[in-house]
Design a protein. Sequence first.
Length: 238
Amino acid sequence: MTSKATSAQSLNVLVVDDDEGVRGLLAEIVGGEGHQVLPVPSAEAALELLPSWTFHVAILDQRLPGMDGLVLGGFLRRNNPDLAIALMTGDDEPKLERRARDLGISFIRKPFHVGDILGVIESYVQDAGERHRKRVEGEDADFAPPIGRFVRELTERFGMPNVPQRTRDRLIETTRRALHDLRSVGRYTEHDRVVALSGLITAAVLNVPLPRTQNGKTLFEEYDELMRMHGRRTEFGA
């Protein structure tokens, strides 16, 4: 089990339960281990936190007002494959448990024990340690940053609307010029590759709409197509 000695590796833990008493108990258990706890009463309140927080563990009650815990858990899983998620319920529903397992979500029956909660956190710590080992040894598939997996949420994360038109024009022109040069085997340079990729990511962060190519492709799609042509890694899943 985890202990207060792990507080040097303090985790961000999302707790979603519409019962104030349960929220308080879970916050006490998890917070007592040195972790940062954000308790909220609904899935909607949890979703409002996502642009500002990166969670490592999520503990969800199944019966929530509005969106239920499993639906929220599925959304969280799609957007954060490394997140440790636990679904709590007092219902005896084998189908619910199977659906949770299929999503990689732990299943905790109420009334729960302290060890059930700490076990979820310990599982995350162990998995994080293994991911760290693979990163250090270059074994994981995401040895380089998996930019494409997260590029669509960059705008929401940074929230920078109303970019001056001059800045938009400069960004678009520089990115398009780099992509143009990448179309030619003879003109290809790693410099232009980095410039194009940086421009596309910046456009996502600043929420700058990018023009399409004459063939109707997005510039993200064009970048990936060019990278395939040159035997380089694609970034945007296009």
